[in-house]
Design a binder for this molecule. Structure first.
Ligand code: HPA
Ligand code: MG
Length: 225
């Protein structure tokens, strides 16, 4: 019973970044010079992302640590979070008598053009997921906005009859309508602003930035397609 209570509470554990949090000045941190003037603020510095990820890894290990896991990394935005999360789980595994054999599989979703979500969601690499049958699946996403993508993906994965599906999302945007479908493990709840960095892009730019930052209006015009 205690386990059930802990599991159902997990989805509400997150670091909340308020709407009126101005973030840190970009000049207080190292960042690539080619993005000078393109960023309004740093809202989550890289070190904080890493510390939070370490804790999410422990929560995941506590909940799933007695079965094999198939990690389903949602590209492209999820590659950095997934790599770091898997690293942290591996570190826990090699320092404990409880270890999880892990497999990592990659799928790609694309639904954004400029800073707008488009209607058509493409899933690539998810055609044959029959190997998920009977497995514990951990879907790893960088960001959950409307929750529409997550819902579509969950429905798709459920079709392959895994034993259990959990979702880890580094960021959840605070929107009035996304409460129905939230990840089981959440890093940060953030304001409804377009963010970049740590593999999150704006038209493929900014993946090569370590911190999670708010993009400037100027940069939205500069990199528009
Ligand atoms: N930034 C980058 N990619 C995204 C975002 C965002 O804020 N929301 C959904 N995909
Ligand atoms: Mg993108």
């Amino acid at each position: 019973m205690a386990d059930v209570a802990v599991l159902s509470k997990r989805g509400s554990d997150r670091i909340v970044i308020d709407d009126d949090w101005p973030g840190y000045s970009v000049d207080l941190f190292s960042h690539p010079a080619h993005y000078s003037g393109d960023l309004d603020s740093v809202i989550v510095p890289h070190g904080v992302i890493m510390d939070r990820t370490e804790r999410l890894a422990r929560n995941i290990m506590d909940d799933l640590g007695d079965h094999d896991i198939v990690v389903l990394c949602v590209l492209k935005g999820g590659y950095q979070f997934c790599a770091d999360l898997v690293d942290k789980i591996k570190a826990l595994s090699r320092n404990s008598s409880r270890t999880i054999p892990m497999r990592v599989h990659f799928i790609r979703l694309k639904s954004y053009m400029n800073d707008q979500s488009t209607e058509d969601l493409h899933i690539v690499g998810a055609e044959d997921l029959t190997f998920l049958a009977g497995k514990n699946v951990l879907i790893v996403e960088a960001i959950v906005g409307t929750g529409k993508t997550m819902k579509t993906l969950l429905k798709h994965v459920e079709g392959f009859r895994p034993k259990m599906i959990k979702v880890a999302g580094l960021l959840v945007k605070r929107l009035p309508h996304n409460t129905a479908c939230l990840p089981d493990y959440i890093g940060f709840e953030i304001p409804n602003r377009f963010v970049v960095g740590y593999a999150l892009d704006y038209n493929e730019y900014f993946r090569d930035l370590n911190h999670i930052c708010v993009i400037s209006e100027n940069a939205k015009m500069k990199y528009k397609i």
